[in-house]
Design a protein around this ligand. Structure first.
Ligand SMILES: [Zn+2]
Length: 360
């Protein structure tokens, strides 16, 4: 269905409500996925057309909201800056004892609004119900003492598209590109950090990404240790954008053979997959499917937007605050290990975390 005008979006919304009555699991799920693709697209291209529906959607029965089953990344752009009446309605629904809608859906919708009223409501609700972790997983820091929730991500998103470079290009030239992929580890780390890092996915020039907090460093590096599975690698970064100390947390026991194999792989493929990343606007040239844009040729993820929340978002090893999400890409960007790779930073303590999760 077209979604070019407010009337189109209204018609799509009504169609979606009608489809929520569908019985039959597989047909229902097919409709649902198709509806989410449409609304994900609307959130990216024309969220203003959804504005008039914000009040209505927060009042929908749980049965319909459960049918939609939108991801947080979809709600985030549909409910952005919703009026305070929406926040009040969501809070009322969350405090009702006979709740007819799963609380995780209502919590996600509340978190998506992002206004001062919503951020205060999140803090009060999370402290009362001890659900701080729910909001931390969505990317919100709760300082405690009834202080407002603080989003640790930016809503400005850009798609990450890989572009190979000429094989003869030297690393000294590659490093001059805005967002290089496949640098030698010695270009991004020094001292003890060099022993922990075996792989470079991408370096991002932070000045090209809107909505980030100010930092004394201007580039960060998404890198990997010789580990697969889930891990978080926190590095202290210098004002010259080099990683110095590195601390690795691995979430599960790992086969020592795998570590050895990944070390060998890093050495054998050190010149493979070199290129650079281009940051593309969220416009109608991207393919919006399954809550992401990675069906677009060459696109492997995003800078900006919320963290994917498949694994606990890292807190700064120095100050303890939830770190700021910068990017999440698939490991295929420069193949090493398997799953998503994310970068986070703490602007106060000069810390950058690279994090790996499985696919879901
Ligand atoms: Zn910190």
């Amino acid at each position: 269905m077209p979604v070019e005008t407010e009337t189109d979006v209204q018609a799509l919304f009504e169609k979606a409500l009608a489809l929520s009555q569908t019985t039959g699991f597989s047909t229902r799920e097919r409709y649902r996925a198709d509806i989410e693709d449409h609304f994900y697209y609307i959130g990216a291209i024309c969220p203003q057309h959804f504005r008039p529906l914000q009040n209505e959607v927060v009042n929908l029965p749980g049965q319909q909201l459960t049918f939609f089953n939108f991801s947080f990344a979809t709600w985030l752009y549909l409910l952005q800056d919703a009026p305070d009446s929406c926040v009040e309605q969501l809070m009322q629904r969350l405090s009702r004892a006979d709740r007819e809608c799963p609380s995780d859906i209502l919590e996600m919708m509340l978190a998506a609004v992002g206004t001062p009223a919503a951020l205060t409501a999140i803090a009060n609700y999370a402290e009362r119900t001890r659900t701080q972790k729910v909001f931390r997983d969505l990317g919100f820091w709760l300082p405690g003492g009834s202080k407002s929730a603080e989003p640790r991500f930016t809503r400005h998103r850009q798609a990450v598209r890989f572009q190979p470079v000429d094989e003869t290009l030297s690393s000294d030239e590659l490093v001059k590109r805005t967002h290089p992929v496949g640098l030698p580890v010695s270009f991004v780390a020094e001292g003890p950090a060099q022993d922990v890092i075996t792989w470079h996915y991408v370096t991002l020039d932070l000045t090209q990404i809107d909505g980030l907090p100010g930092t004394p460093f201007s580039r960060i590096h998404l890198v990997s240790p010789p580990h697969d599975g889930m891990w978080t690698l926190c590095c202290a970064i210098s004002a010259q954008n080099l990683y110095r100390q590195a601390t690795l947390h691995v979430s599960e026991d790992e086969d020592p053979n795998m570590i050895e194999r990944l070390r060998e792989q890093a050495a054998a493929y050190q010149h493979a997959g070199r290129g650079e990343v281009l940051l593309l606007p969220y416009d109608d040239r991207l393919v919006y499917r399954n809550g992401h844009t990675q069906s677009t040729v060459g696109v492997h993820g995003d800078v900006g937007g919320p963290p994917i929340g498949l694994y606990e978002n890292p807190c700064c090893p120095v100050c303890g605050k939830l770190m700021f999400h910068v990017c999440t890409v698939a490991s295929m960007l420069r193949e090493y290990g398997d799953g998503f790779r994310s970068a986070f930073l703490c602007e106060e303590c000069l810390q950058v975390a690279s994090q790996a999760t499985g696919w879901n």
